[in-house]
Write a protein that binds this ligand. Sequence first.
Ligand SMILES: [Zn+2]
Length: 346
Amino acid sequence: MGCYLVVTREKIYTGCRFDRQALAAGDKPRALGTRGRAVTTSRKEFRMTELLGSIEAGGTKFVCAVGYGPEDMLSEVRFPTTTPEETLARTIEYFEAQARRHGPIAALGVGAFGPVDIHPTSPTYGRISKSPKTAWIGANIYAPLKQALRVPIGFDTDVNAAALGEWRYGAARGLDTFVYLTFGTGIGGGGMVGGKLMHGLVHPEMGHMKIPHDTASDPYEGRCPFHKDCFEGLAAGPAIEARWGRKGETLPKDHPAWELETDYIALGLMNLICILSPERVILGGGMMQQEHLFPRIRRKVRERLAGYVQAEAVLEKMDTYIVPPKLGNHAGILGGIALAELALRH
Ligand SMILES: [Zn+2]
């Protein structure tokens, strides 16, 4: 057992990092903490008692937090994403202040906007390659944090971080292959295959798959700067606004925008279901807060699949197959905590 003791001016914190062998041998781990946190004694799952840090590094805002897990978060702050220097300096200041207050974090998890280099062995690990936020092109998110905070860092895309959060605490618990898609100013996709977060050559770009575009019924050309009418170019929030002249959240439920939108989403999901065979599909992001979209998407996906995928999940249990994130808006920040946990274990 690697136990620790942190003494601050106000309090004494203690905790243990449980030894897997001890768990396997059937020992009952007990936290020494003074905060009264419950500790699971199951062999598969045990709650970390180290304080962890999380960053949801988005293109428009950064969310930073420290805590132990969904029921025990100590602090959270959010601020707009400005220049890399200013934003990262503010992030580091936050964690230094939290360390003075609660004790040092044992590890940090970062879910970053991108495209971003997430290969730990790459010389450009942590660097943003392309971004509409031009000040961030070439900026490294990982390196300054590592240099300043000097703790293990789990670093991944924002979508994979949210997916990991759902796997650890939410709608993907117990699954080993699932997809998490987020719909907002863009469409991002991630998740796990065979129990591992999807990485590969760079990282999946599910939002940029090509889907059928009937230009007779939808003459809008699409707004992806790279592909025009890819999935994101046709179906992300800015495309809705450009096509209908109003932001999606202001359109009524019976507006034709949603019929078209759910057509596109069903096409995208059909491709992903046929290619990856996910055990569940989680749809998050601002747009998906409109719950009326889910029944339509489920019906259209079932129609598109046309009974070909012979699985109870899609034939009979679509309500539990295509679902919103259980963690809601907290998937990203709790995903960072889960990434930190992974960084600490490996
Ligand atoms: Zn595209």
